[in-house]
Design a protein around this ligand. Sequence first.
Ligand code: NAD
Length: 286
Amino acid sequence: MARSVPEDLNSRPVAVIGGGTLGRRIALMFASQGGLVRVYDLSADVRTAAVEYVEKKLPDLVAARPGASAGRVEAVGDLPAALEDVWLVVEAVPERLDLKRSLFPDLDRLAPADAIIASNSSSYPTRMFTDDVAGKDRVLNMHFYMPPAQNAVDLMSSGHTDPAIMELLKAKLPGYGVFPFEARRESTGFIFNRVWAAVKREALAVVAEGVTTPAEFDEMFTINTGAKAGVFRMMDQVGLDVVLDIENHYAAENPHLPEGPRAVLHEYVDAGHLGLKTGRGFYDYE
Ligand code: NAD
């Protein structure tokens, strides 16, 4: 029997699980259509910072987009309360399979029966962490890049996702200022993120081999592509720990991948230089 898709989206909240670099940005986008967004994170400090981030950015975002209106964002420290009456849950906890594997059965058990449950994972298909989830037909990958600056979104089925959910999201997401593209079959890294992984890897490789430096590479990249920021600056924004987790996953799937790029990332991560979030990465932000 086909699953029923959620209705009354405008009057029901969205829950974002994990309020770090991406969670707070996802919350921002879903708060731009007048509704309520709840941010749940294990860390009270992160929850508070996520709400502050949304409240600071929302007025400009709403002013710049015709038809947008400022909604509300709330920090919630209790998972069942965060999920009450939501139409959509977006998971944005760290890129570790064990975390996602233990979280998704809880999300499936606690969310309303018709709610959609999405993962913002950068590289793990939901199939890999939903063995113990009964409602696989309401689960999918919904991968954001760096909203509100980079607003494409990959959608990918769990292998069981109800096609009506895909259609609903394709129709509704542009209203929140994000633009969905569906991977038509399972792909590690979906569509664009897979190509981006190769770009990051090769940029790290030329640095690992001593051919150039991060700053000079970025300068050349921006001159040639017209991009506002180079690859190393963008990795700093993402967080070098997250970039390393993602590359480790690709390397586990493809053992022939070069080690140099991971060695460069390790050097920074081991020194605690995770990029923008710690004030130092390939660049110094202090
Ligand atoms: P992050 O480390 O900045 O934030 C993750 C947050 O999750 C932390 O605040 C942590 O306290 C919280 N958390 C951990 N376990 C939790 C749990 N069980 N319940 C609730 N909260 C929990 O990570 P991030 O960079 O925001 O990445 C999150 C996810 O988004 C990852 O899967 C990552 O691959 C993906 N992603 C990241 C980016 C990026 O640019 N950083 C881009 C696209 C996708």
